[in-house]
Write a protein that binds this ligand. Structure first.
Ligand code: ADP
Ligand code: MN
Ligand code: MN
Ligand code: MN
Length: 346
């Protein structure tokens, strides 16, 4: 028997976006535990905006399990928050609102800033570093500084060890800004892995005295880029059947649901979706082939393939909750037509 350190992690009840929470319990197993072997657990919801003090118990229901390479015999147990009955999803549990569909694939591109002493890593105490230009995909001390890449590499190793389908990294346009991508097949997979990857990143940078700044426009109305979390998506129907007519109906549905999408695409997005810095205005919906200034970018491959494949919604921001983003995208797709609906496509 081995004593495993089980880190149960979940999302709290803060709005507009939740925070990650986690606590450890030690349990003995013969081998690395499977999901079925992991018990429900509980926590004090009155400390996380999930319950009143008088009746404070919330239930943690494990939904997936990952190796935690930062700890000897470590396990990360991603959980949904349930009501005390253990079966009713808590109001803060947005994962439970995602339509289950194996044929849906998501790819999220998470941008973020490293922050130290209240400013982006590498920024001088006052004023600004040299303007944007050399930092995107840059190499060398003057571009990325002495520690950022070390953290990024350590994070990549932790994600790969955990079994997360991490797809890549790059230094971004602003100094101190980076990106990683996660892709998953199944409507909840990439969103689950994004939350675990965020957890690993935030925990990793504790020892460096560095925070992760997920705000979409931490430097405000300046010439410094904001951060997004582009959501690339496809259903089996989009990949296998698609067609121009379906595509146009889908885009009309996205136009109609513009406000519902913006509502869950992350706070303060009006600061980022200005029409500048490769963004579209928050007030309009647009799409275009290879257009990085549109709300939705259509990859060349999509058109060349007879309007089949995936689309990139460029509006979700870095602070957005991938569960709420995935949930809304699937809701809009499902509204389109019976033959193109998600369940028909599964
Ligand atoms: P860019 O920065 O040019 O937008 P990235 O390579 O950073 O491109 O991100 C593209 C994303 O699209 C990746 O996360 C990838 O996994 C995702 N993707 C590729 N094919 C599909 C697909 N069929 N369905 C959903 N997402 C996809
Ligand atoms: Mn990218
Ligand atoms: Mn990017
Ligand atoms: Mn992108």
């Amino acid at each position: 028997m081995t004593k495993y350190k089980l880190e149960y992690i979940w999302l709290d009840g803060y709005t507009p976006v939740p925070n990650l929470r986690g606590k450890t319990q030690i349990k003995e197993f013969d081998a690395f535990p499977t999901l079925e072997q992991l018990p429900l657990w509980g926590f004090d919801g009155s400390s996380t905006m999930q319950a009143e003090g008088g009746s404070s118990d919330c239930v943690l229901k494990p939904v997936s399990v990952y190796l935690d390479a930062a700890r000897k015999d470590g396990v990360i147990v991603l959980c949904e928050v349930m009501m005390p009955d253990g079966v009713t999803p808590h109001a803060s549990n947005k994962r439970a609102t995602i339509l289950d569909d194996e044929g849906t694939w998501f790819g999220f591109e998470q941008e973020y800033f490293f922050y130290k002493d209240g400013r982006p890593l590498g920024f001088p105490e006052s004023g600004y570093p040299a303007p944007q230009g050399p930092y995107y995909t840059g190499v060398g001390y003057s571009k990325v500084g002495p520690v950022a890449r070390q953290i990024v590499e350590e994070h990549l190793e932790l994600c790969l060890a955990a079994g997360i389908n991490h797809e890549g990294i790059n230094a971004e346009v602003a100094k101190g800004q980076w990106e990683f991508q996660i892709f998953g097949k199944g409507s909840k997979k990439a969103a689950d892995e994004m939350w675990v990857a965020r957890y690993l990143l935030e925990r990793l940078t504790e020892k460096y005295g560095i925070d992760i700044e997920y705000h979409c426009k931490p430097l405000g109305d300046t010439d410094w880029n904001g951060s997004g979390m582009h959501a690339n998506f496809s259903t089996a129907f989009m990949r296998e059947t698609g067609g121009k007519e379906y595509f146009e109906k889908l885009m009309a549905a996205f136009a109609d649901a513009r406000a519902d999408h913006i509502a869950v695409y992350g706070p303060d997005n009006h600061m980022r979706l200005t029409g500048k810095h490769e963004t579209a205005s928050i007030h309009t919906f647009s799409y275009g082939v290879a257009d990085r200034g549109a709300s939705i970018r259509i990859p060349h491959s999509f058109v060349n393939n007879g309007y089949r494949g995936y689309l990139e919604d460029r509006r979700p921001n870095s602070q957005g909750d991938p569960y709420q983003i995935a949930s809304q995208i699937l809701k809009t797709i499902s509204s389109v037509s019976a033959e193109g609906s998600v369940s028909a496509a599964a």
